[in-house]
Ligand binder design. Structure first.
Ligand code: NDP
Length: 262
């Protein structure tokens, strides 16, 4: 039951209708008997700074989960950043410290790799095609680099974000082969980390017929659970992996981070 000692966790997104983390985390809190509640907050990009500024003064707030389209903008609004957030320039979770200061970190990448592992997919020595260069793609790129993939190829709609991500990766992981574009068919894992697939009339994020016939096709979108990309991959007989596993992989990391004292 929500009472005066309940810890609050806000989730900032725009829009909010596709969010799954509030339900999943609230169910975990009920099961564990934790007196905390996760509340979805629909925040337009132009209102993010004032929203986060206001939360600094909320004493019973443990923190904030940040998702589309706020991850990069929210990093700039934190007082300090953890190592993953610093490297990627984005956050997906922000802890409110007792003095009201805000510590941001990016846990999605860790969750992505953990989610694949939970379904028996190792990323080590894979040649990965990563579509997207936003907050989630950045986090995944850094986690893949740490997890010793053989090579990483990046592609994105906006070339400036694509080049910036490639550059950050090369600085932090000089040993990794990072390429921009090329033959998607030369990869054994294809990951959609764009927002394409959230809406029913979105085009496919990649050319499905060009993917190698044994490649694992991964989508990080959670709603719909099976995106048009995954349906098309299945129709071609390719193995697939859904976005839900990435969320499951990072929920416990989020709770641990938010309940830590900075
Ligand atoms: P961002 O807003 O940071 O990035 C969005 C990405 O999608 C960018 O690469 C952007 O390209 C691309 N994109 C958006 N619209 C289009 C379009 N019309 N055509 C081509 N590319 C497009 O969002 P996030 O990185 O945080 O999230 C991306 C997706 O991942 C979301 O759908 C989110 O729901 C999902 N997600 C899932 C998680 C999970 O646990 N399963 C965790 C986090 C996110 P550009 O740079 O050109 O704008």
């Amino acid at each position: 039951m929500i009472n005066a000692t309940t810890r609050l966790i806000a989730v900032a997104a725009y829009p909010v209708h596709h969010l799954r983390s509030p339900q999943a985390l609230n169910a975990m809190f009920v099961q564990a008997g934790t007196n905390a509640v996760v509340v979805p907050c629909e925040v337009r990009p132009e209102d993010l700074a004032s929203f986060i500024y206001g939360l600094r003064g909320v004493g019973n707030l443990s923190g904030l989960i940040v998702t589309v389209p706020h991850k990069a903008a929210a990093a700039a609004l934190c007082d300090q950043l953890g190592p993953q957030a610093q490297a990627a320039g984005a956050v997906n979770v922000i802890r409110r410290e007792v003095d009201g200061s805000l510590t941001g970190e990016l846990l999605d990448g860790l969750g992505f790799v953990a989610g694949l592992a939970a379904h028996g997919h190792s990323v080590q020595d894979r040649r990965v095609w990563l579509q997207g260069a936003g907050g989630a793609a950045s986090a995944i790129a850094f986690a893949l680099a740490q997890s010793k993939v053989a090579a990483l190829t990046l592609m994105n709609r906006s070339p400036d974000k694509l080049a910036a991500l490639a550059e950050r990766l090369r600085v932090h992981h000089p040993q990794l082969r990072v390429e921009i574009g090329g033959e998607i068919g030369a990869h054994d894992m294809v990951v959609n980390a764009t927002s394409l697939g959230l809406k029913f009339d979105d085009p496919l994020p990649v050319e499905i017929t060009a993917i190698a016939s044994d490649a694992l096709v991964v989508d990080i979108i959670m709603e719909p659970a099976e995106t048009a990309l995954l349906r098309a991959a299945k129709a071609r007989g390719l193995p697939t992996h859904t976005g839900r596993a990435m969320l499951d992989g990072q929920l416990s990391e989020i709770i641990t981070f938010l309940t830590k004292t900075g």
